[in-house]
Design a protein around this ligand. Structure first.
Ligand SMILES: *[C@@H]1O[C@H](CO)[C@@H](O)[C@H](O)[C@H]1NC(C)=O
Ligand SMILES: *[C@@H]1O[C@H](CO)[C@@H](O)[C@H](O)[C@H]1NC(C)=O
Ligand SMILES: *[C@@H]1O[C@H](CO)[C@@H](O)[C@H](O)[C@H]1NC(C)=O
Ligand SMILES: *[C@@H]1O[C@H](CO)[C@@H](O)[C@H](O)[C@H]1NC(C)=O
Ligand SMILES: *[C@@H]1O[C@H](CO)[C@@H](O)[C@H](O)[C@H]1NC(C)=O
Ligand SMILES: [Zn+2]
Ligand SMILES: [Zn+2]
Length: 423
């Protein structure tokens, strides 16, 4: 069971890497699911308000093998399925600046992952949670993909795939996923049985893979709160009271920590038409990306954007700002003095660049003073995807391949997102 999935992911990721030049304007939202053709209907965004929900992208090169989360989907031990999993505790209807949903999900719902602590008491107690899982196991690293060598590499990739598929059969020693404590690099020989310290890594493979997602913990900041997200995990059943396993439930505002905004976040008609996170284009969220440092003395105005000289053709940019230096994402109290886009900066980007993925290092791409206007400029076309709360510390500015995958939360205007950079 494990190996086909592993290979599929591998193939998917390699193909994404090999096909960076894909996102023409309308391709983020082509015609509805089922009617998809390769030359998609060039319906102008404004008069066709039907979100696309795709399972396959780019002519069969990317397959989404994750189930969409819906109230009807099966959930462990629940006879009526998952049921309602999204709430709007604050909505524009009752005076909030934006709609901010909260999700509540048993952690073993739909397409999900088990950590060793699921059925082993001593692993649970020692902290072997999902945050300790090895991204190299989950995403095979391909060191040789240089942008100028892509054509040549297609052949190599095929060879590599065969090679890797052969090794991967012999690859599943349980210890690989859980090496020694933080700071040790992989490759070290580990006696897993007598060392129960989970490893939490930010960098893998000597600086080839960077986890640019913040860990969720009770101090994770969320807009409009001084207290962070607080307790976000609850044990629904536990071995201590007679269950065969421990089983947690997750309760989380969808704009907490590292997350993505859908067009419905700030546009009433998009929200009502269903432009949720499940309709975001995986081709925009995966591909070559530029990490840039912006001047630290200003918000992101048109002048600042112009001064960055981002070349035409660059589709994904992660902006590192003063927010990173101030370590704002590590502070649980929401801080409105963060750096973000002013309206004119957002407009300049839309008018003068090809950027479709905008990443930033605090909870909002828009500066607090221009919170709504800058969001509106970005989200209007429904072609630009906003990833917020990225962890960009200690990574050299430059060109990487980014992989960002949101949850498939039907109806949600935001979602936690896992993003990694591959050098
Ligand atoms: C705000 O409205 C939502 C429904 O949109 C409701 O569930 C919630 O209780 C309301 N909150 C307050 C404080 O009135
Ligand atoms: C289950 O949760 C309890 C805390 O209630 C913990 O002490 C125990 O180790 C967990 N067991 C497993 C198998 O995860
Ligand atoms: C089971 O144990 C958990 C803590 O581990 C507790 O919160 C919960 O109330 C218990 N449930 C029952 C039915 O006793
Ligand atoms: C906010 O939520 C309400 C439902 O309570 C919805 O009708 C409205 O369109 C939403 N607005 C935005 C901007 O998402
Ligand atoms: C950016 O704008 C915010 C208000 O939105 C302000 O508090 C902050 O000082 C500004 N930062 C810089 C570096 O100008
Ligand atoms: Zn958001
Ligand atoms: Zn936002």
């Amino acid at each position: 069971m494990k190996i086909p999935v592993f290979l599929l992911l591998l193939i998917t990721l390699s193909q994404v890497t090999l096909n960076p030049i894909v996102s023409v304007a309308d391709s983020a939202y082509p015609s509805p699911y089922g009617i998809e053709t390769t030359t998609s209907c060039q319906s102008t965004a404004s008069d066709d308000l039907i979100p696309v929900r795709r399972e396959v992208y780019g002519n069969g090169r990317i397959f989404d093998i994750t189930h969409r989360l819906t109230p009807d989907m099966p959930s462990w031990d629940l006879e009526d399925g998952l049921g309602q999993f999204l709430w709007l505790p604050k909505s524009m209807k009752n005076g909030s600046l934006a709609n901010n949903s909260e999700m509540k999900l048993p952690t073993h719902t739909g397409t999900h992952i088990d950590a060793p602590g699921h059925v082993y008491d001593h692993y649970f107690d020692a902290g072997f949670d999902v945050d300790t899982l090895d991204l190299e196991v989950l995403n095979e690293f391909m060191p040789f993909l240089e942008s100028k060598m892509r054509v040549v590499c297609k052949l190599l990739v095929l060879t590599e795939l065969l090679f890797v598929s052969t090794i991967s059969l012999a690859f599943s020693s349980p210890n690989d996923a859980y090496p020694t404590g933080y700071g040790d690099e992989p490759g070290a020989c580990v006696g897993a049985s007598d060392d129960l310290r989970p490893l939490r890594r930010e960098v893998y493979e000597d600086g080839q893979i960077f986890d640019i997602t913040h860990q969720f913990n009770p101090n994770t900041p969320i807009g409009d709160s001084d207290e962070g997200i607080g307790q976000f995990l609850t044990l629904l059943s536990s071995m201590k009271n007679g269950s065969d396993y421990n089983f947690s439930e997750l309760r989380l505002g969808v704009h907490a920590g590292t997350h993505v905004d859908a067009p419905g976040h700030m546009y009433e008609e998009y929200y009502d038409a269903g432009f949720d996170v499940d309709s975001l284009d995986l081709r925009v969220l995966n591909g070559p990306a530029l990490l840039v440092d912006v001047p630290r003395d200003n918000n992101l105005t048109a002048d600042v954007m112009q001064s960055l000289h981002i070349p035409k053709g660059v589709k994904r940019v992660l902006f590192r700002t003063l927010n990173t230096d101030r370590r704002l994402m590590w502070k649980k109290a929401f801080d409105t003095s963060y750096v973000g886009f002013m309206k004119d900066g957002a407009q300049w980007l839309v008018d003068n660049t090809d950027i479709k993925l905008v990443g930033i290092d605090y909870l909002s791409v828009a500066a607090f003073d221009d919170l709504l206007p800058a969001h509106h400029v970005f989200l209007k076309s429904r072609e630009i995807i906003l990833v917020e709360g990225l962890k960009l510390d200690d990574i050299e500015a430059g060109l990487y391949t980014v992989h960002c995958l949101p949850l498939r939360l039907l109806g949600a205007e935001g979602s936690p997102i896992r993003c990694i950079l591959i050098k």
